[in-house]
Unconditional design. Structure first.
Lengths: 328, 321
């Protein structure tokens, strides 16, 4: 059976200065998401994870081009689709939740208008049934007294509530897959926990698939089934969440895991030396080699291909970590 | 026992809001509502809490950027509010700050050397050769080569800028540095470096830190003691590892429970708090936390709990104990 969403060798470049500067933000990304699954896309800022998502829903900046690759949603390639066709897909089949709820809600429209819009256009609901649907959606995201609050405007709500409204909007068109791009970055920890649990409950109730974009490995540990780790426009490692935490194979994944402080343990932290590379001027060979403790001559010249791991997943490295690491 | 470097005694800061210019009724935001803590020489005190709990106001009070409405802040045994002229200048020299966002805290129009030299020139009478020598020393201290002094901030990444901000904070031999979310804006791989740098600088210079953050794991990592703040009050203060292992206040428990697991199978008792932080304009009566507290008793609605010491160094404000 075909996966719900299949991204194959996607390349999205930003072209500037009359074609003289090419930023390879997404450079050969492949992954798939099954129905009802949560796929995590992890990486540091500027690694191309947000551009990947924007390419899927085709909300790219004007300077960005999908250079090659396929994006198949339920077997149908989205890349050749026109913006008009995409408009019928966004909201109805793929929805997005962005980082900043204040920027994704329109301050001039009431909560009712904004939650009702996808249900109006994509599900053809009108009048009473539309109102019932909005109330039901707000109930699902646990907005207290939804009948009253739906008349409010975004500025009358707190940050956590606004993000829950965005969650309700994403559900409104009945999508099969929701792309959540760092949805909790602006929220406090206790509110973040509420929100993550809410997303899980919604997923359980509707069977929607989630793509979770984050730089926070704790969120990955809590939410995801499978994870792709991105570095400099490529997925360098893809595994089940347990495999990733217990047996990371790529040196970058290992280093990321080592650089997070663990609660209540005061062991030395190892960061990653150096800086993430400039995507317009990538190093030759493996992009990670200048920061990699295991780099050998081959890594300087030849770019590693993605190869499958036995079990599941894949890694892009000439010398993947072979020894199973100790737990934690 | 030597007296602590910084002593904060029952400090309050209330901001009046609303009302007209001429005496109509005004509401008070009780941003900081009676908190006390101490910081010893060479010690790090972590201050955690959610947005709006008064962390930043506390840092401004310590930096003497705001004057307390009530209470007293003592630094090296002297009341900060009473300091005048050169003594006040000296306080400002000894207490420095590193802000969250290194993109807005460094002037884009100044060279790195001037950014670091500016506090030195303001506070000390040194020849320009001595200032240059100090800048070189500071750049090396935070891991740069001295020739970066002629560059501008835009030539540096976020983590490098934060190191420059740290060098600037240390340029006048500060005794206390207020770290206001110094790693929140940085990528994870860079965060670890900054935390390690702060640790090694403290070991070398015996500087004290007031470390304000919402990342509990980072706070526990860097601070010897942690204070938890909720709606303008401290609800619990304890040694950091003790606090992780044995949080007592229901809010602290919920905060730790809400912090994310470090691996997928980490078993964790989840306490999901209902609702959100109430407004500091009209905080709940009694214990400020009672409307969200799963253990609230009738007494919590009426009587405000005091911060009491349960075991040595572990203080908590809750009627359960």
């Amino acid at each position: 059976m075909a996966p719900l969403l299949l991204v194959e060798d996607l390349r999205t470049y930003y072209v500037g200065f009359g074609g003289t500067r090419v930023v390879k933000a997404v450079d050969g990304v492949s992954f798939s998401v099954e129905a009802g699954e949560t796929f995590g896309l992890v990486g540091e800022s500027g690694c191309g994870k947000t551009t990947t998502c924007h390419a899927i829903v085709r909300l790219l900046a004007p300077s960005a081009r999908i250079v090659s690759g396929r994006i198949e949603l339920e077997g149908e390639d989205l890349v050749p689709k026109s913006q008009g066709e995409m408009r019928r897909i966004r909201g109805r089949r793929i929805a997005t939740i962005l980082q900043d709820p204040m920027a994704s809600l329109d301050p001039l429209f009431s909560i009712y208008d904004q939650v009702a819009e996808p249900a109006y256009y994509h599900q053809g609901l009108r009048g009473r049934s539309l109102r019932v649907r909005v109330k039901q959606l707000l109930d699902a995201v646990r907005i207290p007294s939804p009948e009253l609050r739906m008349k409010d405007y975004p500025h009358q709500m707190s940050g956590g509530m606004r993000q829950r409204i965005v969650g309700a909007i994403s559900q409104a068109g009945g999508p099969r897959i929701i792309i959540a791009d760092e949805p909790t970055t602006n929220l406090d920890v206790t509110i973040q926990l509420q929100y993550l649990n809410l997303l899980k409950d919604l997923q359980r109730a509707t069977g929607v698939a989630l793509i979770f974009v984050t730089h926070n490995l704790g969120i990955v540990a809590k939410m995801c089934d499978r994870v792709g780790v991105m570095y400099a426009g490529k997925i360098v490692e893809m595994q089940s969440v347990r495999g990733l935490f217990y047996r990371p194979r790529h040196p970058y994944t290992r280093a990321l895991l080592d650089s997070i402080p663990k609660l209540g343990v005061r062991e030395a932290l190892c960061g990653i030396p150096g800086q993430p590379p400039d995507l317009a001027d990538l190093p030759r060979g493996c992009s990670f080699h200048p920061r990699c403790p295991r780099a050998v001559d081959r890594c300087l010249d030849e770019e590693p291909k993605s190869h499958a791991l036995n079990g599941d997943g894949s890694v892009r490295c000439w010398l993947p970590i072979g020894e199973p690491a100790a737990n934690g | 026992m030597a007296s602590p470097l910084l002593e904060v005694h029952d400090v309050q800061k209330h901001f009046p809001i609303g009302g007209s210019l001429f005496g109509a009724k005004r509401a008070l935001v009780k941003a900081v509502d009676g908190i006390s803590f101490t910081i010893d020489t060479g010690e790090t005190l972590g201050l955690v809490g959610e947005s709006g709990c008064g962390k930043t106001t506390t840092s401004k009070l310590v930096l003497a950027a705001e004057t307390p409405t009530a209470g007293r802040i003592e630094f090296e045994g002297r009341d900060v509010a009473q300091l005048k002229g050169p003594q006040r200048q000296d306080y400002r020299r000894k207490v420095q700050v590193v802000f969250q966002d290194p993109y807005s805290s460094l002037s884009p129009r100044m060279r790195v050397g001037d950014i670091i030299a500016e506090p030195v020139r303001a506070h000390e009478r040194l020849s320009s050769a001595d200032v240059r020598a100090r800048v070189t020393e500071l750049l090396e201290l935070v891991g740069f080569r001295p020739d970066v002094a002629r560059l501008f901030p835009h030539e540096f990444s976020g983590g490098q800028r934060q190191r420059l901000a740290i060098a600037r904070a240390l340029s006048t031999n500060a005794r206390l540095v207020v770290l206001d979310e110094p790693v929140s804006a940085l990528d994870v791989s860079i965060r670890a470096h900054i935390i390690a740098l702060l640790e090694s600088l403290q070991a070398r210079l015996a500087v004290s830190y007031l470390f304000i953050a919402h990342d509990l794991a980072a706070v526990a990592h860097l601070s010897q003691r942690t204070a938890v703040m909720y709606l303008g009050k401290l609800v619990e203060v304890a040694e950091s590892l003790e606090l992780c292992a044995r949080p007592l206040h229901p809010y602290t428990k919920a905060l730790y429970a809400a912090s994310l697991p470090s691996h997928p199978d980490e078993a964790r008792e989840e306490i999901v708090l209902a609702g959100e932080v109430p407004s500091a304009i009209d905080p709940p009566r009694g214990c400020h936390f009672h409307p969200r507290c799963p253990f609230a008793m009738p007494r919590c609605l009426e009587q405000e709990p005091a911060l009491v010491e349960l075991s040595p160094g572990h203080r908590v404000a809750c009627h359960l104990y």
